[in-house]
Design a protein around this ligand. Sequence first.
Ligand SMILES: [Fe+2]
Length: 361
Amino acid sequence: MRLVSIVNCESGMVLAKTIYHESGRKLLGEGFELSDKAINRLEEQGITHLYIKDGITDDIFVEDAIPLEVRREAVITIHTHFEAIQDGQKGAIFHSRMIKDFKRILDLLISEIKGTKSVMNLLSHIQVRDHYVFSHSLNVTLYTLAVATKRGFNDKQLYEIGLGGLLHDIGKMMIPSEILHKPGRLTDEEFDEIKKHSEYGFELLRKQVDIPLLSAHCALQHHEKWNGKGYPRGLAGEQIHPYARTMAVGDVFDALTTHRVYRRAMLPHEAMEIIYADTNTHFEQGVVELFRRTIAIYPVGVTVKLNSGETAVVVGYNEHSPSRPLVRVIKDPAGNPLASHYELDLLKDLSCMIIECDAIL
Ligand SMILES: [Fe+2]
């Protein structure tokens, strides 16, 4: 299968993976032949990439880093409990059932992350999303746990930072919906209101006896920046708790790689360029470095152009160097299909570079 950006999809292409709604409903099955109408509809629903069958890459399989079932259960748990908190607003309390549910989800996520040996490809979860905050909370937790594991955090720390990840944006439930979901550009006043979500979240979480105070601090500090120009307190460098510093990269990465009404989703390598540019200003360098080694910058199945002019498809990762994957060359520099494909390991062939990603085949 091959990963194709929705803008490069054409009618007649055949789906290689079923597309689900995040509630678990099946939308379009594997083998479905796309029409222009179906492509438009998927684009409207926020789908940014699809896996298609093309006869050339059909032996390439992309495995989900986190099983769909686990993902679905996590999003539903976050959804249900965040809405209950929204209904209770500032007087809301976490009853013991909620804590139990979050803990159970967290145990599942931690064991999946610990069991993932390779580089994580979270793009493989192509689903129609309902509500940005819920899937974002899950994705930030996954990125954060993956980096935290590499950072050597122990089980207690993984629990604290993981719970912090699931709940870091809970304060958004207290922001008026017309501001939170405004499709256009926000005014300065509206943006100031949105910024309050870190303090609203902290105030709510710090009062809950079953929630570690450090998890509450993830909500308070996840928008602080390494150079002291973040909010709400303008903390700098090591004044920011290591949990919040670890979380900041995944938070921005997920926002950039998700389709929003005001801009298209970026591919991982484009989002990483922005994150590299913000290293030592927004982000701690060590966290960016760990993140780079953890996340698939070129997902398996994506089409790339090499500096030789050849077209290739990513077929595997190099554990410590995700920016230099294994590729299968399928077209010569003139764009003619090769009679027999060959594979290149970009870690061994250092003169070979990727110059374009998500190239049209
Ligand atoms: Fe946030």
